[in-house]
Design a protein around this ligand. Structure first.
Ligand SMILES: [Zn+2]
Length: 584
């Protein structure tokens, strides 16, 4: 870490976490803590806690994000460590100490990757625009009726079927193979470096500052073994879950409304038809980060997905996500076409504009889906429709909406509105109960932490012991020497915990001091959440000097074949997770 401890301490002091967070969320008092609805995942009851003690931090019991004020800014503003420091320093009117003392290697790498992306975009575009090799790509875009202006506006391109034409070009421009792989322009396999995108039309992804941050590539004639779409994987400058295609143009339009389309071609076609305010997610299902990004630029979103079953299902999911963050959503009813591109070609842009204006609210769309395949003239049809509609309305946060739509359903089915509202209320209560008990079970069994990690689910006991040891070290820094002398870092079983323990070992050896919450420069913002969980446990779990040896023994015995770690009693195990539960 290149910033001095003193500078960071002053920065945090001048940017109290509760002040900074209240610029983004509504904080409520909850006993000695403050709480808010988590800005990083969708929820309606607050599970994000703010601790304002001597090491102020936040932790979300729902999604596991957490950290100090610097991590918070990294996450919510989508900045790296150094950028977040600058952001906060600026807020507090502090001068950031000498730039050169900051670890500039990562910043350098980022600007290198951006340069490479720009050069690659130009390379692909030149092939498309000017070379014989680009014929196939030109034909594709001509068939899709894209104008020359549109091709230039979006910087579209074409990658040839060669294994390494881009790689050869980039090497001639002074970039080495490692850099090409880091930028994900090339892949490495069997000792060779080859182009990632081959025989595809290319869509550069451009951020709000005009940087080319990645690419989407689409096959032209397919083939069973090729993915139709291929995107840049995450790189130092690109996280596909956190960006939107064409937001650079949409942001400039003065519209308060964003159109959300399914893919690159839909966006470009809608844009060409005169609607600048259109975006798409990047070859993945819509993410929470993307819905937040949309809500930052729009008061309303119009979902323009394909009219097929898959598209309608995706629309349903998107509606729930927007509803969770209280962003008004509508859904285009694409009668007579399979997607916006086809609709515009068939009926023209004027009618597409009207289609947007007339698009039903998300709830109208959802209730129409409930009626699908039912005959409301029959009693069975009515009952089934009521069931589905009640289920749907009980997911609606707005009581006014529930009231209005209950009235409408009452008219459709001749069942009294009061009866329908009563059903909805009952359903809502039941859901809250189910949700609570599901959360509790996951917490208690530890599933919440181990869901996605095979390394951890294979070693749940060792993992729990490691976390207990780390929480102990967070609570009693003065014990580090003692613990380290008994337990060398290589005895940690799971990788991520070992990495933390190694770092603690290193810090306590070199400086005699460590602070879990100040590890941002070594760990990603996502990892800081897991580290914060350890810090939070510090206050919650009761491990004393006797029981810590039991946890250490579990790790020492692991792999020796001497014991199956029965030393960790159910009691210890329960204590470990009880802390989490008591906060709910
Ligand atoms: Zn959360």
């Amino acid at each position: 870490m290149a910033f001095s401890e003193q500078f960071i301490a002053e920065l945090k002091l001048k940017n109290p976490i509760e002040d900074i967070m209240s610029g983004y969320v509504q904080l409520q008092r909850k006993g000695r803590l403050k709480a808010c609805c988590c800005p990083f995942h969708s929820e309606k009851t607050p599970s994000c806690m703010v601790y304002t003690d001597d090491s102020p931090h936040f932790y979300c019991y729902g999604c596991g994000k957490g950290g100090d004020v610097i991590t918070f800014i990294m996450e919510i503003e989508n900045l790296d460590y150094v950028e977040a420091i600058k952001f906060l320093a600026n807020k507090a009117g502090m001068t950031v100490p000498d730039e050169r003392s900051v670890d500039t290697r990562f910043a350098h790498l980022k600007s290198r990757v951006l340069e490479m992306n720009r050069a690659a975009a130009k390379f692909y575009h030149d092939i498309l625009a000017n070379s014989r090799d680009g014929e196939k790509g030109r034909r594709y875009f001509e068939e899709r009726q894209l104008s020359r202006n549109t091709v230039i506006k979006y910087g579209l391109g074409y990658s040839t079927a060669d294994w390494d034409s881009l790689a050869r070009y980039m090497r001639s421009q002074g970039y080495n193979d490692d850099e090409l792989v880091i930028a994900n322009l090339c892949d490495r396999g069997s000792g060779r470096v080859f182009d990632r995108f081959r025989d595809r039309v290319m869509f550069p992804i451009i951020d709000l500052r005009g940087n080319v941050i990645g690419f989407g590539g689409r096959t032209i004639d397919g083939g069973a073994n090729t993915a139709k779409y291929l995107n840049t994987s995450d790189t130092p400058v690109f996280k596909k879950s956190q960006n939107l295609f064409s937001l650079n143009f949409a942001k400039k339009s003065k519209e308060k409304r964003l159109i959300l389309a399914e893919g690159y071609m839909d966006v470009i076609s809608i844009n060409q038809a005169g609607f600048e305010n259109v975006v798409a997610s990047l070859g993945t299902a819509l993410t929470d980060e993307q819905t937040r990004l949309i809500s930052r630029y729009a008061e309303e979103v119009v979902i323009a997905y394909d009219s097929d079953e898959a598209g309608q299902k995706a629309a349903h999911k998107a509606i729930n996500m927007f509803s969770a963050i209280d962003l008004k959503a509508r859904v285009i009813n694409m009668e007579g076409a399979k997607d916006p591109d086809e609709y515009i070609k068939r009926f023209g842009s004027v009618r597409f504009g009207k289609l947007i204006e007339r698009s039903p609210s998300a709830l109208d769309f959802e209730l129409a889906r409930c009626r699908d395949g039912l005959d409301l003239e029959t009693s069975e049809g009515k009952v089934e429709y009521l069931k589905r509609a009640v289920r749907r309305l009980s997911e609606t946060a707005s009581s006014i909406e529930r009231e209005v739509y209950a009235g409408r359903i009452a008219d459709e089915t001749s069942v009294s509105k009061e009866m329908i509202l009563q059903q909805i209320a009952g359903n809502m209560k039941k859901k809250v109960r189910q949700e609570k008990s599901r959360e509790w079970n996951e917490m208690y069994s530890g599933k919440r932490n181990i869901r996605n990690d095979p390394e951890i689910s294979k070693h749940p006991k060792e993992y729990a012991a490691e976390k207990a040891i780390l929480s102990y070290l967070a609570a009693y820094p003065e014990e580090a020497g003692n613990v380290l002398s008994k337990l060398p870092p290589e005895r940690f079983v799971t990788g991520f915990n070992r990495k933390i323990y190694e770092k603690i070992a290193e810090l306590s050896e070199t400086t005699g001091f460590y602070d879990f919450l100040s590890l941002q420069s070594e760990f990603t913002a996502g990892e800081m959440g897991k580290i914060t969980e350890i810090v939070v446990n510090r206050d919650d779990i009761n491990i004393n000097k006797m029981s810590i040896d039991n946890f250490i023994d579990i790790l020492l015995e692991y792999g020796n074949g001497t014991a199956d770690a029965e030393n960790l009693s159910d009691e210890d195990y329960r204590d470990f997770f009880k802390g989490l539960q008591s906060k709910k």
